[in-house]
Design a protein around this ligand. Structure first.
Ligand SMILES: [Zn+2]
Length: 448
């Protein structure tokens, strides 16, 4: 009974152990897978954030370039404004001067015209007088000779000489004529004088009128000049205003892009922090799984991994890491989101935490083992010629390299540890296969 019970217990225990082992392993792997999924998601987020940062940065740079040009243009405009203001002031002063000069000439012209009119009136009056005198004298002489009007006019002349004899009349007429002629000559002299004065005045008036025409011409020119200078200054001030508003717009845009850059940088840092955290968890999880595997005395053979699945095995190519492989970024051509240029992603990216072991995928000789700016810690292995081609494989971003150039390596040998050296957003495997010097998609070779 005792034996029977104990044998029953042994069976139960064995079943329980088998069950727990069956549950235990997948539970661990599920945790690791979950962490890998999380890491992959975070890496995608980090990549998106990094692209957003680059985009915002290039936008900021674009705006900066425009701002620079605009500041230069605005400085040139601003420098021209004082000159334009000075030119306008000068034009206005010249215009005022021309206006004053025209007023003076105008006044002179009016005076000269008034004087000319006076002289002409005087001249007309003199002419009338001469005409009148000539007419009346002629009339008097005619009347006297015809015997008409023997008294009246004669009486006036001969007053005080008593009754005139007919014979005296001709003498009297002669006297009258002489007297009248004398006054007529005076009037004629005066007329000649007036004529000469009027002619001089007319010449003077004409020359003043010429001066006025000239002053009007100068004034018109000054007005055109003032108009031009005003237009120039106005256009400069408008340009300055327009540039000011453009500058304000660009500065606002720049601030917007800078803010976007900051936000994306924060997102990137947050994603990287989470990757680091999940990486650490995954590393611990894998460590725990290895320990559990050792304890269960399963087929885990340590770091060489010579017989663990795809790392060792008999396929043409082994895998660069142990366990399941998750592609986070495939091999191939892609368009840069900002520059629009095409570039080749020459390797396949696999989810892998910092410190995970990476293995040589075939026997070969290390031909490169150094730090590269883009690839970070890099190991390149020459696998020689087989299947009619010359083959190389390359591992990038390693946190540690365990092999050096010239060293012979075996398939499944640890050549380094996963890391995030070089240009990366987080730790991962970047693995390349180069056939006859040309990058080929490594996924089809290692995924078997
Ligand atoms: Zn890569």
């Amino acid at each position: 009974m005792q034996r029977r019970i104990s044998s029953v217990w042994a069976v139960v225990l064995a079943c329980a152990l088998a069950l727990s082992a069956a549950l235990f392993v997948p539970a661990y792997s599920a945790l690791a897978d979950d962490l890998r999924d999380k890491i992959q998601t975070e890496q995608q987020r980090a990549q998106a954030a990094k692209e957003a940062v680059e985009k915002a940065r290039s936008q900021v740079e674009g705006v900066d370039a425009k701002l620079g040009q605009l500041y230069v243009a605005q400085a040139q405009v601003a420098a021209q404004i004082p000159q334009a203001q000075e030119a306008l002031l000068q034009a206005e002063s010249k215009l005022a001067q021309s206006q004053r000069k025209l007023q003076v000439v105008q006044a002179r012209l009016e005076t000269a015209q008034t004087r000319l009119e006076q002289l002409n009136t005087q001249l007309d009056k003199g002419r009338d007088e001469v005409n009148k005198s000539e007419r009346s004298l002629g009339e008097l002489v005619r009347q006297t000779y015809r015997g008409e009007r023997s008294s009246t006019a004669m009486e006036l002349v001969l007053a005080g000489k008593g009754t005139a004899a007919l014979s005296d009349l001709s003498i009297a007429a002669e006297t009258v004529t002489r007297l009248e002629s004398k006054s007529l000559i005076e009037v004629q002299n005066q007329l000649a004088l007036d004529k000469s004065r009027s002619a001089r005045q007319e010449a003077l008036t004409r020359s003043v009128d010429d001066l006025r025409a000239e002053a009007e011409g100068v004034l018109a020119e000054a007005e055109v000049a003032r108009h031009q200078k005003t237009a120039k200054l106005n256009s400069l001030e408008e340009l300055r205003k327009k540039n000011d508003s453009l500058l304000a717009n660009l500065n606002a845009k720049k601030a917007e892009f800078e803010e976007a850059e900051k936000v994306s940088q924060r997102h990137l840092a947050e994603a990287q922090d989470r990757i680091k955290k999940f990486d650490e968890q995954l590393r611990k999880q894998q460590e725990a799984e290895r320990l559990a595997a050792r304890k269960r005395n399963q087929s885990y053979k340590g770091d060489q991994g010579v017989s663990t699945g795809r790392v060792g095995g008999t396929s043409v190519w082994g895998a660069p890491i142990g366990g399941r492989m998750y592609v986070t970024s495939p091999w191939g051509w892609r368009i840069h989101p900002v520059t629009g240029s095409r570039r080749l992603h020459a390797g396949v990216d696999l989810s892998s935490p910092t410190g995970e072991k990476q293995y040589a995928t075939r026997d070969g000789v290390v031909v490169e083992s150094y730090y590269d700016y883009g690839c970070g810690n890099m190991v390149t292995i020459s696998h020689g010629i087989f299947a009619g081609h010359r083959w190389l494989s390359r591992h990038c971003h390693l946190s540690a390299r365990f092999v050096s150039t010239g060293q012979r390596v075996h398939r499944g040998q640890v050549i380094g540890l996963t890391g995030s050296t070089g240009r990366v957003t987080g730790p991962h495997v970047h693995f390349e296969i180069i056939r006859d010097g040309v990058s080929v998609n490594p996924w089809s070779y290692i995924n078997n």
